[in-house]
Design a protein around this ligand. Sequence first.
Ligand code: DGY
Length: 332
Amino acid sequence: MTADTRPRVFVCRIIPDDGLTPIGAQTRAEIWEDDGPPPRDELLRRVAGADGVLTMVTDRVDDELLDRAGPQLRVVSNYAVGFDNIDVAACTRRGVAVGNTAGVLTETTADAAFALLMAVARRLPEAYDYVRQGKWLNWTPMLLLSPDIHHATLGIIGFGRIGREVAKRARGFDMNILYHNTHPASPEEEARLGARRASLDEVLSQSDFITVHVNLTPETHHMMNKASFAKMKPTAMLVNASRGPVVDPDDLYDALKNGVIAAAGLDVTEPEPLPVDHKLLTLPNCLIVPHIASGSVATRGKMASIAAQNLLAGLKHEPLPSWVNPEVWRQR
Ligand code: DGY
């Protein structure tokens, strides 16, 4: 019997077949089949000797993991567009290529952010509870009144791919769109999206709804905090579908509880998962869903496919289709 010389990879969770099938055909893949992420000690044990690893946002890739994997490791392919779980500099130092799933989840994530905005604006969770609790006995003129979405001002913090797709949706609702971003969009792009660049303070103070679409970095960690909430309108609502730690959860709780802002819709939280006894879950004006913004069937399939392509390209020392640290290529 001939030895199997295909590269060895560890896949940290079951992903759609669009990814698992090519990986299974071209590598010796070990797949973590539990619902939850591999505990840290298991992860470290399983990556030892691997040529490639396919990680989730829940798997921390740092010096410790890279040491345990060993010098043969060629590629870390993250099944996400965000890669704050990966110490990219540490990977680059070792010549390990890092891939993400940029591009394929933009619209689906924007849909979800807009769904959160609409749900909190129109108080859908409260309304559903009202019905389920048997309180719906009459049509009532003053019941569960809410602000309008159409013609309101939307502030988008972070105007990359996803932020711009949210603007596109907001345009259909005739919203007045402000955005805050380090780099301005081109005049053509601003005209196309009907969006105007503004300072962070202006976005905070003028918006009826604020949606956050930044990467998690030391600069954006807890950027939405007591001081930012104090600048917002008391009627304003916050949406976060970026990363949980961009919002300070204690400050958000205080702001929602004390009427500093009106409501929040969160796809992501700090910590994640949010414990069921967390104080944010006691608030009727805070809608929380479990980090599902990219979770459409089609998009998760595309994410699996591109994550597999990244993994397989990295194993062959080829350019990754969605490459986080292309400087690794230049080092070769
Ligand atoms: C991402 O892609 O970064 C999401 O948070 C998971 O889809």
